[in-house]
Design a protein around this ligand. Structure first.
Ligand code: BES
Ligand code: ZN
Length: 455
């Protein structure tokens, strides 16, 4: 065993403690009451980066949450990698469904439970552990590193574009590295070459000027909750196809080579559906589950409200109802153009007697690169060294808003090397990260820097 791998093995416990300290900070970007915690998390990271030997590490203010920037540029002539991750997390609610508290990390059965354990603090700390190992064992890194760890990813990365464009020259690099995606199975590493984009909207329906007695007025005026239900029901047909005019116009067809690649992937469809807890699979007719979650767009209600929600019954005709509706997009769909099409269609579906407002909460374009891009070879070799199985090339259904921006501003090869698992409960109660992922991921990162240096 080489000295680097030895160091990684001997320090596993401490790496885990470092991660746990960060997980204790409730850096929930979406909730204004946690603004100071988000900042505290950024400061915590900067202190840790300095402690492991990064000569430059700083909290950079933005109009939103701060960005953490750090660099190590001591390898002139060697390539430079721009490492991206996020330290913000999704809200932990509903709290009563957590077995242990979301911000009190706990180790059970070789898994670390906490909000952010996998998404994305655990994966950021794999890189920080790998960097520490190189600096301690060799006194240097094989490549130059620039780290951008943002605090707004889970809320749409609205402030990051300004940071990236204002520092475009300073952020020059040869390759972009991101660990915020998944593996195909606990021992099946993967490199991701495509992510879906997103368009997140809110539909607000107002009817009568105030709540009305449903006996006195029911039947005489339009009910906004009923109207909202009619609108939502009309957004998809029985085959799971979205009915917004022009919605599929820009969708890139899945080519024959990629269809074949999908078929050969060790994707456990039955296990995936079972893991969801749904009794059967459902989705767009004519496509496999894997295609539906990666290469096809979707539309989903994320939340819906209006009228009386308390115990028992209340006979009321509400004056207001609303829903949060998101669409996951694939190449070459454009969230801005689709918002206009969506908004016009929703308004057209609205019956007389209600007014409808459609809001664009945030959007991000999809990300797609070549699945056989030769520039991913270094990452391929690193994963092959760190795991027993060769890495699979995958698409993923989630979104990382900055990826499309990187493609536009930097035009560089992007290595999406992630270690989440489908049962990690990301964005849900009892989020976890397996220690096999954490330690295997740390090894992969440490080897990646070496492989990148080889060119
Ligand atoms: N780590 C995820 C992205 C992801 C999820 C990649 C699943 C691959 C598989 C990321 O932190 C995330 O959740 N992003 C948000 C972005 C959104 C709020 C704009 C997402 O996809 O919902
Ligand atoms: Zn997430």
């Amino acid at each position: 065993m080489d000295t680097l791998t030895q160091y990684l093995e001997q320090n596993q416990e401490r790496f885990l403690e470092n991660l746990m300290a960060c997980l204790r900070i409730p850096s929930i970007s979406a909730q204004p009451q946690h603004k100071a915690d988000v900042r505290a998390c950024a400061e915590h990271l900067v202190a840790h980066l300095k402690a492991i030997g990064m000569p430059r590490a700083e909290v950079v203010d933005t109009p939103g949450h701060p960005v953490v920037y750090a660099e190590w540029l001591g390898a002139p002539g060697a390539p430079t990698a721009l490492l991206y991750g996020h330290y913000d997390v999704q809200p932990p609610e509903p709290l009563e469904l957590w077995k242990t508290k979301p911000f009190e990390p706990e180790l059970r059965d070789g898994k670390l439970y906490a909000r952010g354990a996998c998404d994305d603090k655990g994966q950021v700390y794999m890189h920080l552990s790998a960097i520490e190992a190189h600096l301690k064992v060799h006194g240097k890194l094989p490549v130059n590193l620039k780290l951008v760890i943002e605090g707004e990813e889970e809320a749409g990365s609205e402030s990051l574009e300004g940071f990236l464009t204002s520092r475009r020259k300073e952020l020059d690099a040869d390759v972009i590295v991101v660990s915020d995606t998944s593996m195909l199975g606990p021992d099946q590493p993967a490199l991701c070459y495509a992510l879906r984009g997103i368009l997140y909207t809110q539909i607000e329906v107002t009817g009568p000027a105030r709540d009305l007695h449903s006996g006195e007025f029911g039947g005489a005026v339009q009910n906004p909750a009923n109207a909202l239900a009619m609108i939502i029901a009309a957004l998809k047909d029985g085959d799971g196809r979205i009915t917004v005019p022009g919605f599929y116009d820009a969708v890139r067809k899945i080519g024959d080579a990629e269809k074949q690649l999908f078929k050969e992937l060790p994707f456990d469809e039955a296990g995936f559906i079972k893991e969801s807890g749904s009794p059967v699979a459902f989705g767009e007719k004519g496509f496999s589950t894997y295609e539906r979650i990666t290469a096809r767009p979707t539309l989903d209600v994320n939340g819906i409200w209006g009228g009386y929600q308390g115990d028992g019954s209340k006979t009321v005709l509400p004056s207001f109802a609303a829903a949060k509706v998101s669409m996951r997009l694939v190449a070459d769909q454009d969230p801005k153009a689709l918002f206009d099409a969506f908004s016009a269609y929703v308004k057209k579906l609205a019956p007389a007697g209600v007014t409808v407002v459609v809001k664009d909460l945030h959007g991000a374009p999809p990300f797609l690169t070549e699945h056989d891009d030769p520039r991913l070879q270094a990452a391929y070799r690193a994963l092959a060294r760190a795991w027993t199985k060769k890495p699979a090339m995958i698409r993923e259904g989630g979104s990382i808003p900055v990826m499309a921006t990187f493609k536009r501003t930097h035009g560089l090869p992007c290595i999406l090397m992630g270690f989440g698992l489908h049962d990690d409960q990301v964005h849900a109660p009892n989020e976890k990260f397996s220690l096999t992922s954490f330690h295997g991921g740390t090894r992969s990162c440490a080897y990646l820097y070496e492989e990148l240096a080889k060119g």
